[in-house]
Design a protein around this ligand. Structure first.
Ligand code: GLC
Ligand code: CA
Length: 544
């Protein structure tokens, strides 16, 4: 099964106001179907003040007026179902918006029905000086605590100030979550992608974190917390009633822990979005960037493939709305088509479910805006300011160019026409100036395009049991140029060869493959059969 992710604001504008919406999605459902995917995951489409573009929700049971109405959503859902596509919503329940009515009430005092919906604590005092309850930093801006005058207490926000964390230890909050799940499942939605779900149970003592670490010093006290399993089991019961899919986002969760959530008949989640392979050019987060290292990527791939083999199902992905474009990171803009197709083959044929993020299938690349004021994303802006003491503005901008989430949030490039065919009006965010060269319409016509390569890969995967069920084996893990892996099932064997070198290299094949009669079933260079691999060449062999 494979998924297509929509980050709606930049997907397609259907009503001509410059903002992507459900009308635009409706019109593109056939396109999505044509890719060969089975499911759509919608990043949040709910009302939100957009402090974190939808991940700060102010009403869980409605659609943001920018994107349409509940009726329009039902139309999209029904049409998707007619096309055989299932639909997942984003369930963001670690936090709400500070403009959610629950939070507005909660702020008012300690004795109303919503008082305990959030994580409130008294200040600490050092002499006269008022300090937050502990030393945690927020992952997005400043300290993790914000003082509320009316209530005389601090509230916790692991992300932006406008994203107060819910108090999941309060049974009423968990009932609210179940109600929200039911609301969408009753409408016919097929499941959820669950945002930072492994953060929802905090160590109630809220102890200080390591003072030397920035941004994530509280992590050990709110990730994979003491009551997480219990809460996930509760939510699982609701999902079970509807046979709904649950995919949990789990930043920094080690592979062993992940397996405890997603394996076995009593699993509490079906799959997990992990981050290991997204740090092949950085340390923990893209904002601490280093040169891309293929061996690091391969190690992460193989670690998860081996750990989940026979136990659980991996989420296979290289892009989403939280990461810059992968060609610009792990591939090469110079060898744009070649590296875009090679990257596709490097992950789609692994064991698990491939995810494709809007625009990835046409090889969209990073945008490079001149000044920080042109960026929208709260974490980008925060990173820019956090490193002000260490680096010059120019060097920080270079960093933003390689690391910003906004690179994944530029309007999808549909045509080479005005505003890249995304809208008839000026889009809400800048279109990448390379849309004349990189756009879906041009690639529809070209059989060798990245778009058609994705289609070929997904089709092959779908019709090939070995590529679905087969075991995984990696060759030459220390090679800094090639990623070579095999899938095999009941004696049937496929070998996927990916060159990450920007020059010609000699192909190296395992001995039995070198000798065997084999067919080249997919490749990204025409008539390529010699033992020389071109830059970013990929070949998928099937043993006869
Ligand atoms: C997840 C989302 C990300 C969001 C964060 C806070 O990581 O994918 O976009 O900013 O959670 O909700
Ligand atoms: Ca619109």
């Amino acid at each position: 099964m494979s998924f297509y992710q929509i980050w709606i604001r930049s997907f397609a504008d259907g009503n001509g106001d410059g903002i992507g919406d459900l009308y635009g999605v409706y019109d593109r459902l056939d396109y999505i179907k044509s890719l060969g995917v089975d499911a759509i995951w919608f990043s949040p489409v709910y009302p939100s003040p957009n402090a974190d573009y939808g991940y700060d929700i102010s009403d869980y049971r409605n659609i943001h007026p920018d994107y349409g109405t509940l009726d329009q959503f039902r139309k999209v859902l029904d049409r998707a179902h007619e096309l055989g596509l299932i639909v997942l919503m984003d369930l963001v329940i670690n936090h709400t918006s500070d403009e959610h009515p629950w939070f507005k009430e909660s702020c008012k005092g300690k004795d109303n029905p919503y008082s305990d919906y959030y994580i409130w604590r008294d200040p600490r005092f050092k002499g006269e000086q008022m300090l937050p309850p502990n030393n945690w930093y927020s992952q997005f801006e400043g300290l993790a605590w914000e003082y509320c005058e009316t209530r005389g207490q601090y509230y916790l926000h692991v992300f932006a100030k406008k994203q107060p964390d819910l108090n999941m230890d309060n049974p009423k909050v968990r009932e609210e979550v179940k109600g929200i799940m039911r609301f969408w499942l009753d409408m016919g939605v097929d499941g959820f992608r669950e945002d930072v779900i492994t953060y929802i149970s905090k160590n109630p003592a809220l102890p200080d974190g390591n003072p030397l670490l920035p941004m994530i010093n509280g992590l050990p006290h709110y990730k994979d917390g003491p009551r997480l399993m219990e809460y996930l089991q509760e939510f699982r019961e609701v999902a079970r009633e509807y046979n709904a899919i649950q995919i949990g986002e789990a930043p920094f969760t080690p592979v062993k822990t992940a397996a405890t959530y997603i394996s076995g008949p009593d699993r509490v989640l079906d799959m997990m979005i992990q981050f290991d392979h997204m740090t092949a050019d950085c340390i923990m987060t893209e904002y601490v960037w280093h040169r891309f290292m293929l061996t690091k990527l391969k190690k992460a791939f193989t670690k998860w493939q081996n750990a989940m083999n026979g136990r659980a199902w991996n989420c296979l992905y290289l892009e989403n709305h939280d990461h810059p474009r992968v060609i610009s990171r792990y591939g090469s803009e110079k060898f744009w088509r070649e590296s875009g197709t090679c990257l596709a083959a490097s992950y789609i044929f692994q064991q698990g479910c491939p995810f494709i993020y809007q625009g990835q299938e046409i090889g969209m690349t990073n945008i490079r805006l001149r000044s920080i004021d042109q960026y929208n994303d709260v974490s980008t802006i925060n990173a820019y300011h956090t490193f002000r003491r260490h680096r010059s503005p120019e060097s920080r901008m270079r960093w933003i160019h390689v690391s910003s989430r906004d690179s994944a949030r530029t309007p999808v490039q549909w045509t080479d026409g005005k505003y890249a065919g995304f809208s008839t009006a000026k889009p809400w965010f800048r279109v990448n100036p390379n849309y004349k060269r990189i756009n879906a319409a041009a690639q529809e016509k070209d059989p060798d395009s990245i778009l058609n390569f994705y289609r070929r890969c997904l089709a092959l995967r779908k019709e090939t049991e070995t590529l679905i069920w087969g075991s995984y084996k990696e060759y030459y893990p220390r090679s800094r140029k090639h990623y070579v892996y095999e899938r095999s099932y009941l004696g049937d064997r496929y070998l996927i060869v990916c060159s990450f070198a920007a020059k010609e290299t000699k192909e190296r094949l395992p001995a039995d493959w070198a000798k065997a009669e084999k067919d080249l079933v997919i490749g990204n260079y025409p008539f390529s059969t010699s033992d020389i691999l071109h830059p970013y060449e990929t070949r998928v062999y099937h043993m006869r």
